[in-house]
Design a binder for this molecule. Structure first.
Ligand code: MF3
Ligand code: CO
Length: 263
């Protein structure tokens, strides 16, 4: 089993990596508009990560994924492949999922963007998904069982009559893209591992409007809702510290704090 706790050096490096991932998401906001292709968005991110930040896009070549980031529009749940023939249009909600490697340290984050004016239902889906992630962040501190994360997310999402996707989970992250532990976004009573200061993992709930069910397309990557309903996702890479947690992928323009003190 891989080591689950990070040391001071690891944490320093993860902060550097996380800042790059966060900066990509901040930078790309100005490039989200009608008629831009998802390939162009991919290329802007690729250039920024490699040339400006001297880092490596973690998705590119990961299990043969062909592009540098994932872009998932409306009923695409996750792992949308950037393509020159896929153009953003007014009213779309778009998830951009960025993972980078800097000095051999991985971080991973994603958020939703709106293309022009978006209808109330889609806006609400995004807001609730984002808030479900924040509810989970408020319960992260040493000694608390990891299954509290999923419990909080599921409880909040279902109270809003929306649906948590069960097939994908958060994950430990560090010198590898995916490390133990698994972070479920729904409650599992058998998952009794406790959080410890020095753990770093992602929390990345995917939430659907109509039902939880998803299907993978023939390209082997693109995951869609089965019923054509919309899906949203927000993700952060999170360090558990003595009093709560630190968002390693916190973006300057976010409404929530970078450091959570969870007494
Ligand atoms: N960010 C996703 C994750 O959490 C993406 C992995 S699939 C990839 O694992 F191929 F796009 F990298
Ligand atoms: Co992830």
């Amino acid at each position: 089993m891989k080591k689950i706790l990070k040391n001071k050096y690891d944490i320093q490096q993860m902060r550097l990596s996380g800042k790059i991932t966060a900066d990509v998401l901040t930078m790309i906001k100005n490039h989200i508009y009608p008629d831009i292709s998802t390939q162009d968005i991919n290329n802007i991110c690729h250039h920024y990560i490699t040339k400006i930040k001297k880092a490596v896009p973690a998705c590119l070549g990961y299990k043969s994924f062909p592009k540098s980031i994932c872009i998932s529009i409306n009923d695409i749940v996750c792992h949308g492949i950037p393509d020159k023939n896929i153009l953003l249009k007014k009213g779309d909600i778009v998830n951009i999922d960025v993972a980078v490697i800097k000095n051999n340290y991985y971080t991973d984050a994603s958020k939703m963007f709106f293309v022009g004016k978006v209808n109330t239902k889609k806006k609400l889906l995004c807001k609730i998904t984002r808030k479900s992630l924040y509810q989970a962040l408020k319960c992260i501190k040493p000694g608390i069982k990891i299954n509290n994360i999923g419990k909080k997310i599921q409880k909040y999402v279902e109270s809003q009559k929306l649906h948590v996707v069960k097939e994908y989970c958060g994950h430990g992250i560090g010198n590898n893209f995916h490390e133990p532990p698994h972070i479920l976004h729904y409650y599992n009573k058998y998952d009794c591992l406790k959080m410890q200061a020095g753990m770093i993992f992602t929390v990345e709930p995917m939430v659907n409007t109509r039902s939880q069910y998803v299907e993978c397309m023939k390209d082997g990557w693109t995951v869609k809702t089965r019923d054509g309903g919309c899906s949203a996702q927000y993700e952060h890479t999170v360090l558990v510290n003595q009093k709560g947690c630190e968002l390693l992928t916190h973006q300057k323009n976010e409404k929530i704090p970078k450091i959570f003190i969870n007494n």
